[in-house]
Design a protein around this ligand. Structure first.
Ligand code: ATP
Ligand code: MG
Length: 450
């Protein structure tokens, strides 16, 4: 624990005061004791406490009344009520009055330590949330997504449409196409943006770790589980959960996840008690989920749950028209951080960027620009600054037919495979287009796209 929490123990019985005092000192807390309500109020006047453990039955002013007065003095202080078995009803009344929890006498030291620990970490999380919320609202703007190709315009429209709703979104696209950026934009466009966006990289965690990450765990649920831990769905309360690399999770976790999406409740690992959760789900994958389904590695019912609204991020090679503005965007970004004045890309360098196929998509382009800026001489990036190697075939002269084919396919892609519109843009008649497509063996792909 970074800062020692201050506890105040209020009980008229000496033995209870002494034993709690000893337990909590050993756990590393600062402890003060009070033998009556009056004593407690005097101590509170002199010092601020994080949490008070208050006996409900004391001569004179009892615990319930004391709790009320404590609240007037310090509404931030947490109160845990201690009660004998007989007075559970009074304890419930105390909870209604704002006590955090109650523990029954006789105590199990572990129980009471657990309750105190929980109350304090809950409070810390809440304070952290308030702080984060203020930061988010004042400084952090969602990162800019750059693009003006027809395919990216469709993505922006989709974000605008689905962002403000609560619909589950599935983002698909090759590695580096901007799936995480897109997820952040969706969250930012939603009324949930004051609450957290919790990102889980499903592929990076082993099955058991992923489960405890997603659903949380109880103390002692497995070796090393020293404390109860909230899972991502609980932490995201009121916000969104971004499940990245959803294609990588095991069938067992898929089953659990499906339940969470259906029931909107989670059960921590090591518990049987379900907890209601309020979140919006955004998932992403670079895998072909339909193929995984065919191979029996992905549950179709989970797929349908996730695939309520799908956003497909185009590969960079299919929207090469965006390369110049992306390059400009990254040059500006790195100029600031490297304090280097680069403001031009030579025509030869730009031609190379355009010919390259970008298997790593925008991330690869971003890295290439960064690398080039390190070695480039101000104010220009030249061809030799780019450590890009074109595959051999790329160097060979391309025929006119190659170029025509690429252009037709790009236009078709832009109009979602609609041949009538494509023919109009290309300024040829439909029959000519049809014949050319047949020659290029485009038929199968067109059928997919439609
Ligand atoms: N359209 C874009 N405009 C500006 N930056 C972008 C764009 N697309 C991607 N980027 C940048 O490229 C990098 C990779 O993006 P991101 O992490 O969102 O991709 P991803 O699809 O999640 O990749 P992966 O599948 O590898 O996790 C990030 O630095 C991101 O800021
Ligand atoms: Mg990603």
């Amino acid at each position: 624990m970074a800062k020692k929490a201050n506890l105040l123990v209020v009980d008229d019985e000496l033995i209870v005061r002494d034993s709690l005092d000893k337990w909590f000192r050993e756990e590393g807390y600062d402890v003060a004791v009070a033998e009556s309500a009056q004593d407690a109020l005097t101590k509170m006047a002199a010092k601020r406490f994080d949490l008070a453990l208050v006996d409900i039955k004391m001569p004179g002013t009892d615990g319930v009344e004391l709790q009320r007065r404590m609240r007037e003095i310090d509404p931030e202080m947490l109160v845990i009520i201690m009660t004998g078995y007989a007075s559970v009803e009074t304890a419930i009344a105390a909870l209604k009055n704002g006590a955090y929890d109650y523990v029954s006498k006789p105590f199990d030291p572990d129980d009471i330590a657990h309750s105190v620990h929980n109350a304090l970490s809950h409070k810390r999380a809440e304070q952290e949330n308030v702080r984060l919320r203020e930061t988010v609202a004042s400084v952090v703007r969602p990162q800019e997504i750059v693009g003006q190709s027809a395919a990216m315009v469709r993505v922006f429209e989709a974000i605008q449409t689905v962002g403000p709703t609560d619909a589950t979104v599935l983002i698909t696209g090759e590695s580096g196409t901007g799936k995480e950026l897109c997820a952040r934009a969706i969250h930012a466009a939603s009324p949930r943006h004051y609450n957290p966006l919790v990102v889980i990289h499903c592929g990076a965690l082993a099955e058991t770790l992923l489960e405890s990450e997603l659903f949380g765990h109880e103390k002692g649920a497995f070796t090393g589980a020293q404390y109860r831990k909230k899972g991502s769905f609980e932490v995201a309360e009121g916000g969104s959960v971004f499940l990245d690399e959803i294609g990588d999770i095991s069938l067992k976790t898929q089953t659990d996840l499906l339940r969470v999406l259906q029931e909107r409740e989670i059960t921590r690992v090591g518990s049987t008690h379900p907890i209601q959760v309020d979140f919006r789900c955004i998932a992403a994958t670079n895998k072909k989920l339909d193929q995984l389904i065919e191979e029996g590695r992905f549950r179709p019912d989970l797929f349908y749950r996730l695939n309520v609204f799908q956003i497909q991020l185009p590969a960079l090679r299919d929207r090469k028209g965006d390369i110049p503005i992306l390059v400009e965007h990254f040059v500006r970004k790195f100029s600031a951080s490297m304090n280097k004045r680069i403001n031009r890309v030579s025509p030869a360098a730009m031609a190379l960027l355009d010919r390259y196929q970008w298997p790593g998509n925008v991330r690869e382009l971003e890295n290439a620009v960064e690398r080039a800026m390190v070695v480039a001489q101000e104010p220009e990036i030249r061809e030799e600054d780019l450590a890009l190697r074109l595959p051999l075939a790329e160097h060979q002269p391309r025929t006119l037919e190659d170029i025509e084919r690429a252009h037709i396919l790009a236009v078709l892609e832009d109009c979602k495979g609609n041949q009538t519109i494509a023919a109009e843009i290309l300024d040829i008649d439909r029959v000519t287009l049809h014949n050319k497509l047949k020659k290029y063996g485009w038929k199968r792909v067109t059928a997919d796209a439609l």
